[in-house]
Design a protein around this ligand. Structure first.
Ligand code: AQP
Length: 343
């Protein structure tokens, strides 16, 4: 029996990268899993707070993220879909785990190291600008461990960029098990055929919800016209013809990756797609990419448009999800509190 957990931050409207890299896999897991498996999908509002958020926008993004998860096909009668911040067990366990987590392990997280580097660059100094960093940015991998361990998740579908954090979750689980009596099974990374989708404007970086230029990403809510315009203006190169070479032609290769992923969810690679465009140009490629994205997103977009207005229904789904999640995590927390002497 597997317990599968994954999460997404409500930091803006989800984009094609989120969909191809994570969300579509969640739906696939729902389809392929055994009825004995428990599926938990969470909108991680507490993680979003590690960067400044406008409260009104955050509230809206949370609700819209829930509508998106339902619109793409997650079924609340099969999967437990909930807001992380509706279940205080996450933060309770995170505190307990943070008291067991060696400081040095957190210092070695590459996400932290790149934050440190950014805080230096921003000032163009070798000194860290501490006002650009908060304690949450340093400790959030512990909260992530708690998100997973509080449900004793056995499998976590995440991209490769999360491998180090998942290893940390396993280390923390092991420290707990050694310090107290064994409680946690060690969660495994569930490798998904996830594709890293790059920014349409700067293909040296990934497509991201919070990148300032909205033209750099296809939103799941974009109209057909918006999709066509964004793909038409996507950065490629001036080399004649279309070939797949992520090193020298990242923009063109990204479009091929998108086309492969949109037209065949079983992992048709950008290099396979390139063969169809050997004698064609960027214009034809872009037109086909825009149509393939439209084909993929049309259904979810119209479902999202309907669901976002159904506030009562969304509140009911969130409430029901939180109750189911809390009922599961309470079992773990009773055990945890007893073991550490705080029952
Ligand atoms: N460009 C991408 N290509 C493939 N997968 C991606 N994911 C994000 N961007 C891409 C995957 O989406 C899931 C949810 O991500 P998240 O919201 O938890 O945080 P993130 O990875 O930081 O995503 P964003 O879109 O870049 O958000 P912001 O800008 O707020 O940081 C994850 O499984 C992630 O791998």
């Amino acid at each position: 029996k597997r317990v599968i957990l994954s999460g997404i931050q409500p930091t803006g409207t989800p984009h094609l990268g989120n969909y191809l890299g994570a969300l579509s896999n969640w739906v696939q897991l729902q389809r392929d899993s055994s009825p004995n498996d428990t599926l938990l999908y969470t909108i991680v509002g507490w993680h979003a707070l590690t960067l400044p958020q406008d409260p009104k926008k955050l509230l809206q993004s949370r609700r819209e993220m829930l509508a998106t998860l339902l619109a793409i096909g997650l079924d609340p009668s099969r999967s437990i879909i909930f807001h992380q911040d509706h279940n205080p067990h996450h933060t309770e366990l995170a505190w307990i785990l943070s008291c067991l987590t060696p400081f040095g392990k957190l210092k070695r997280m590459t996400t932290w190291k790149s934050r440190l580097a950014d805080s230096r660059n921003a000032n163009n100094e070798s000194e860290v600008n501490e006002s650009l960093l908060n304690a949450g940015l340093f400790t959030y991998p512990v909260l992530q461990a708690a998100d997973i361990l509080v449900y004793r998740a056995t499998h976590v579908p995440v991209g490769e960029d999360q491998t180090q954090h998942l290893e940390l979750s396993r280390d923390i689980a092991q420290i707990f098990n050694q310090t107290y009596k064994r409680l946690f099974t060690l969660p495994e990374q569930l490798s998904t055929p996830s594709k890293r989708i790059l920014s349409l404007k700067n293909p040296a970086t990934k497509m991201s919800k919070s990148a300032p230029d909205v033209q750099s990403r296809i939103l799941l809510t974009d109209s057909h016209t918006q999709i066509k315009a964004k793909i038409r203006s996507a950065v490629t190169d001036s080399i004649t013809g279309v070939t797949y070479d992520p090193e020298t032609r990242p923009g063109t290769s990204n479009l091929l990756t998108i086309l492969g992923a949109c037209t065949n969810r079983e992992g048709r690679e950008g290099s396979d797609v390139a063969a169809d465009y050997r004698s064609k140009g960027h214009g034809e490629l872009k037109a086909d990419v825009a149509e393939a994205i439209e084909e993929l997103l049309r259904g979810p977009r119209s479902e999202f448009g309907r669901l976002r207005e159904e506030r009562g229904y969304l509140d009911d789904v969130a409430k029901d999800g939180a109750e189911k999640a809390r009922a599961l995590s309470e079992i773990t927390m009773l055990d945890v509190r007893r073991r550490i002497g705080l029952s």
